[in-house]
Design a protein around this ligand. Structure first.
Ligand SMILES: Cc1cc2nc3c(=O)[nH]c(=O)nc-3n(C[C@H](O)[C@H](O)[C@H](O)COP(=O)(O)OP(=O)(O)OC[C@H]3O[C@@H](n4cnc5c(N)ncnc54)[C@H](O)[C@@H]3O)c2cc1C
Ligand code: SF4
Length: 335
């Protein structure tokens, strides 16, 4: 598989990158590590005329604590996030999700956190070579009118398999997007669009600058299941956050299930059901885990890795393990 022809541009500043995006719009694509983008281009799923590389933009790579937030530059390598004491201590769900992303080569060599949360949705009917896809009618994501994953579906049901997106949504993170003369910050629950073709609310002339995680004195955890333990995407994953009060009752909880729908699923009602429960109430965790499974099952289709039935059942296990781990960390921090 060969890359299609394109023009390569390497801006020297964020401003220059925004100017180029504004000039070229839909014709251009940003290149961070390229581990998602270049694979899609080689498969003929994407043919941008212009590639705008972030290679020279060192100012987009940082992890810092500012006021009561952690701020991470979009081009920060996955390996730097794993190595950060701040992230390991204050945003464990993100650290764990990065440790499990892809393989060491992706974490250390090229993969960035921005590229991770902006990677395209996937589906085993679509993420195939051009030759494979040429043997059948185009589906919605390929510009056609059918969906092989769900009969009669009038839309694309491809799945968001980003580890980072699920963990960051559990941490209640937001992203800052910049374009020529404009900047906006949007939380991840509203950023993901639930549309398999355009999975997030990025405009073609926008650049992801920063990820912002609020520090709430809470504990978080992330668990996932993949067919192989390395070089593989999650087939189901869960990120959770628990904030206890002084009496060890849960004051705030967030449960997010990933790899089960077009975007990570923030289960607001199930999360609220944990409020007021004791931090070591195993029965409450089991009940919330089963409810998470029921909610997630409404969205998923059989289009990645294992069977749909297996993935649905494993939602409960992933959520339960994550809740137990976050609760254990909260109890340990109290002692
Ligand atoms: C074998 C293999 C296994 C993988 N396993 C996993 C896995 O287990 N979990 C997982 O989550 N991912 C996995 N991935 C996907 C991918 O490698 C990682 O998510 C990686 O972190 C993507 O980062 P990148 O910098 O290489 O992204 P790129 O490929 O450079 O970019 C991805 C997308 O984001 C856009 N983009 C990137 N940065 C910006 C920015 N600052 N502003 C605007 N747009 C931007 C690009 O235009 C592109 O559309 C895997 C990939 C491979 C090839
Ligand atoms: S979910 Fe359906 S429309 Fe979307 S990529 Fe898969 S087969 Fe195509």
């Amino acid at each position: 598989m060969r890359l299609p022809r394109f023009e390569y541009l390497e801006p020297g500043s964020i401003k220059e990158a925004c100017d180029l995006l504004s000039t070229h719009g839909d014709d251009a694509k940003i290149l961070a590590g390229g581990t998602d983008l270049l694979v899609r281009m080689k498969k003929g799923l994407l043919k941008p005329k212009i590639i705008i590389s972030l290679k020279a933009l060192k100012e987009l790579s940082y992890i810092k604590k500012e006021d009561s937030y952690i701020k991470i530059g979009a081009k920060t390598p996955i390996a730097d996030i794993i190595a950060s004491d701040l992230i390991q201590k204050e945003a464990k769900a993100l650290a764990s999700s990065c440790e499990k992303t892809g393989a060491v080569t992706i974490q250390h060599y090229r993969g960035t956190i921005g590229g991770n949360i902006l990677q395209d949705n996937r589906c085993h009917h679509y993420n195939q070579s051009a030759f494979h896809r040429s043997g059948r009618q185009a589906c919605h994501k390929d510009g056609g009118k059918i969906c092989y994953a769900r009969d009669e579906s009038d839309r694309c049901n491809s799945t968001c398999q980003s580890d980072g997106a699920t963990a960051l949504m559990a941490l209640n993170a937001a992203v800052t997007l910049v374009k020529k003369d404009k900047k906006r910050t949007i939380d991840l629950v509203n950023f993901y669009s639930n549309d398999g073709i355009m999975p997030h609310a990025m405009e073609p002339n926008e650049l992801l600058k920063e990820i912002i995680i609020p520090l709430k004195g809470a504990k978080s955890a992330y668990h996932r299941l993949a067919c192989r333990s390395a070089i593989d995407y999650p087939i189901v994953c869960a990120g959770v956050l628990i904030k206890p009060d002084r009496k060890n009752k849960i004051r705030d909880a967030r449960i997010v299930v990933g790899a089960m729908g077009r975007s990570p699923l923030f289960l607001a009602k199930v999360s609220s059901s944990l409020k007021g429960k004791s931090i070591n109430d195993t029965n409450a965790f089991k009940k919330a885990s089963r409810a998470s499974m029921d909610s997630a099952a409404a969205f998923a289709v059989h289009n990645i890795g294992a069977s749909l039935e297996y993935r649905c059942q494993m939602v409960s296990t992933m959520v339960f393990r994550a809740l137990e781990e976050a609760a254990r960390s909260a109890i340990k921090a109290e002692q």
